[in-house]
Design a protein around this ligand. Structure first.
Ligand code: GDG
Length: 475
C-alpha cells in the first residue's frame, strides 16, 4: 500500500498517554491515518526566532508526526492574517469582517513555499499527498514546482462561497489557479462544489466535463463532494468510558429534572451563537411556562484569540448571556450556563448523552461534526433531538434532524418547542435514521473514498497524458 502523507496547518501528535489530541480535524486525521502507516506534516504551533531547517519527528501508532516551527511574522501574516482574517471570514460570508492586506497574502505565499521546501525531501515516489484546508491552497503548486509528480489531493473543510464573494478577493484568480495543480479537490457537499464550479465556468473561462472533471488554466482537476464523518465506532466506545459515565451522571444530577438544551462550539462568529441566544430569549418570552423547566448549556471554547473579531465576540457573548440571565433568572434557576472551559472528549460524550436537545445552528459551516457526535452519543431508548441549521454542510445528509433557519429567531424557537414536545417514538425513529448515516458515512469511509478518487484520478490522468503523447507521436 502507498504511504499516505497528510499535510495540514497544525499537526496534533498524540498526547503523553498515546491519546490523540482534541479537535475535529485532529480526531478525523488521526483516525484516517491509522491504517496507512503514513506521515502527518505541518506546523508545530510554536514559533522560532529564525528558520534553521529543523524538523521534529515523532512516531506513534504507526504514524510519523513531522512538525516545523514558524517565525513570528509568518504566524501573524499567514495564520492570523490571510487564513483567519481574510479567507475564513470571506468563505463564511462575513465580508464585513474580511481584511484584505497585501502583507497577509505575501506571508501566505511565503509559508506555503516554506512548507514545500521542508516537505519535498521527505516524499518518496508512490506516496499519496493529501493537503488539508484553506491555509494550504498554494502548496500543491509549490510542490509541483519542486518537481513532485505524486498523486496530490486537496480537501476544503470550510464552505466554498458564492462567486460574487470570491471576486472581492484581490488575486482571486491566482488562488483558484493554484488549486488546479492538484489531481482532486474535495468539498463536503455538492453545494460547495457547485459554487466552485460556478466560479470556474463564469470567471475562469473553464469547462465542466461529462466525467465530473473540470478544465481551466490549461489544467484538469476532479472537483468532488466527500462528506466528512466522525470516528463513529471510537465515539460509541468512548461513551462507555469511566470519564464519560462520570460526566453523564454529574449532568443528570445537576439537571435536577429539567430538560437541557446544549450548544457546543468553537467560539466563532460562523457558529451563530449570538443568534442562538437571542432565539432562546425569544422562546423564554413567548413561552414563559417553559422557564424553570429548561436551561441552555452553551459550551464555547476559545480559539484564535489573537484575532480582534474573536475578542469582540467573547465580550459580546458574555454580555448577552449575562443580560439574559439577569433578566430571566430566579433565585434557584439560571436560564443559560455559559461555559468557556475546554472539556476532554470523554467528558464531552457524557454531556452530549445527557442533553435533551442539541442546538447546532451555524450561519455557515463546512460540515459540523458536533451534530454527528451528538447523535452518536445518544441512548437508543431515549434519544435527544437534533436541531440543525440549513446552512451547515451536515444538513445535506442529516435530513431527520429538525432543520432550521438560524437567522430566524421564530423558526429556531418553534423548533425548540417542537423538540421538547416530541413523542419518544418519533425521537427514536429520527435518531435511528440519523445514526445509520453517522455509522455508514464515518471518517474511514470519507478517507477511503477520497484516496480511491485520488488514485484513480492520478492514474487516469497519467494514462490520458500518455495517450495524447502517443497520438502526437512524441512518446
Ligand atoms: C472545521 C469546519 C468541519 C468543541 N468543544 C470541545 C471540543 N470540541 C470539538 C467538537 C468537534 C470539533 O471541536 C468542532 O468541529 P466542527 O466540525 O463542529 O467545527 P470546526 O472546528 O469549525 O471544524 C467544520 C470540520 O472542520 C471538519 O471538516 O465540520 O465545518 O469549520 O469535534 O467535539 N472538543 C473537546 N472539548 C471541547 O470543549 N475535546
Amino acid at each position: 500500500m502507498s504511504r499516505l502523507i497528510v499535510v495540514s496547518n497544525r499537526v496534533s501528535p498524540p498526547g503523553p498517554e498515546g491519546a490523540p489530541s482534541q479537535g475535529g480535524l485532529a480526531m478525523a486525521m488521526s483516525a484516517a491515518l491509522r491504517e496507512y502507516s503514513g506521515m502527518w506534516f505541518g506546523w508545530s504551533g510554536q514559533s522560532t526566532p529564525a528558520y534553521d531547517g529543523k524538523l521534529s519527528t515523532q512516531r506513534a501508532n504507526g504514524v510519523t508526526y513531522a512538525t516545523m516551527d514558524l517565525e513570528e511574522q509568518d504566524i501573524e501574516e499567514y495564520y492570523n492574517g490571510y487564513a483567519n482574517r481574510t479567507l475564513w471570514p470571506l468563505f463564511h460570508y462575513r465580508i464585513d469582517l474580511t481584511q484584505y492586506e497585501r502583507s497577509y497574502g505575501q506571508g501566505y505565499e511565503r509559508v506555503n513555499a516554506r512548507f514545500a521546501d521542508m516537505l519535498t525531501p521527505l516524499i518518496e515516489p508512490g506516496d499519496l499527498i493529501w493537503v488539508q484546508d484553506y491555509h494550504l491552497i498554494p502548496l500543491g503548486r509549490e510542490l509541483r514546482m519542486r518537481g513532485l509528480k505524486n498523486a496530490m489531493g486537496f480537501f476544503l473543510h470550510i464552505p466554498w462561497p458564492a462567486r460574487e464573494l470570491v471576486l472581492t478577493l484581490p488575486r482571486h484568480r491566482q488562488l483558484v489557479e493554484a488549486l488546479f495543480h492538484y489531481d482532486v479537490i474535495g468539498f463536503h457537499t455538492e453545494e460547495w462544489k457547485n459554487a466552485f464550479l460556478s466560479y470556474i465556468l463564469q470567471d475562469a473561462g473553464g469547462m465542466a466535463m461529462s466525467d465530473g472533471r473540470a478544465t481551466a488554466f490549461g489544467r484538469t482537476v476532479l472537483p468532488k463532494a466527500f462528506p466528512i464523518g466522525i470516528d463513529a465506532k471510537g465515539f460509541a466506545a468512548m461513551k462507555q468510558s469511566a470519564e464519560a459515565r462520570e460526566s453523564y451522571d454529574r449532568m443528570i444530577d445537576s439537571k435536577g429534572g429539567r430538560r437541557m438544551l446544549l450548544g457546543v462550539d468553537r467560539l466563532d462568529y460562523s457558529k451563530g451563537i449570538d443568534e442562538r441566544l437571542l432565539a432562546y430569549e425569544r422562546l423564554l418570552n413567548e413561552s414563559p411556562e417553559l422557564k424553570r423547566q429548561i436551561f441552555l448549556l452553551q459550551i464555547s471554547t476559545f480559539t484564535r484569540s489573537e484575532v480582534e473579531a474573536y475578542q469582540d465576540m467573547i465580550a459580546r457573548l458574555d454580555a448577552m448571556s449575562g443580560r439574559i440571565n439577569g433578566l430571566h433568572a430566579e433565585m434557584d434557576w439560571i436560564p443559560i450556563r455559559n461555559v468557556h472551559r475546554m472539556h476532554g472528549r470523554d467528558e464531552l460524550a457524557g454531556i452530549y448523552r445527557a442533553a435533551d436537545v442539541a442546538l447546532v445552528t451555524p450561519l455557515r459551516d463546512g460540515m459540523n461534526l458536533v451534530a454527528k457526535e451528538f447523535v452518536a452519543a445518544q441512548d437508543e431508548s431515549d434519544p435527544g433531538v437534533l436541531v440543525l441549521s440549513r446552512f451547515a454542510g451536515a444538513a445535506a445528509q442529516m435530513r431527520d434532524a429538525l432543520i432550521v433557519n438560524p437567522f430566524s429567531q421564530e423558526d429556531v424557537a418553534d423548533a425548540i418547542r417542537r423538540a421538547l414536545a416530541m413523542p419518544v417514538e418519533e425521537r427514536r425513529r429520527r435518531w435511528r435514521a440519523l445514526m445509520e448515516g453517522v455509522e455508514r458515512d464515518d471518517v474511514v469511509a470519507w478517507r477511503d473514498s477520497f484516496v480511491a478518487s485520488l488514485e484513480e484520478a492520478h492514474v487516469g490522468g497519467k494514462t490520458r497524458r500518455a495517450r495524447i503523447a502517443a497520438a502526437r507521436g512524441d512518446g
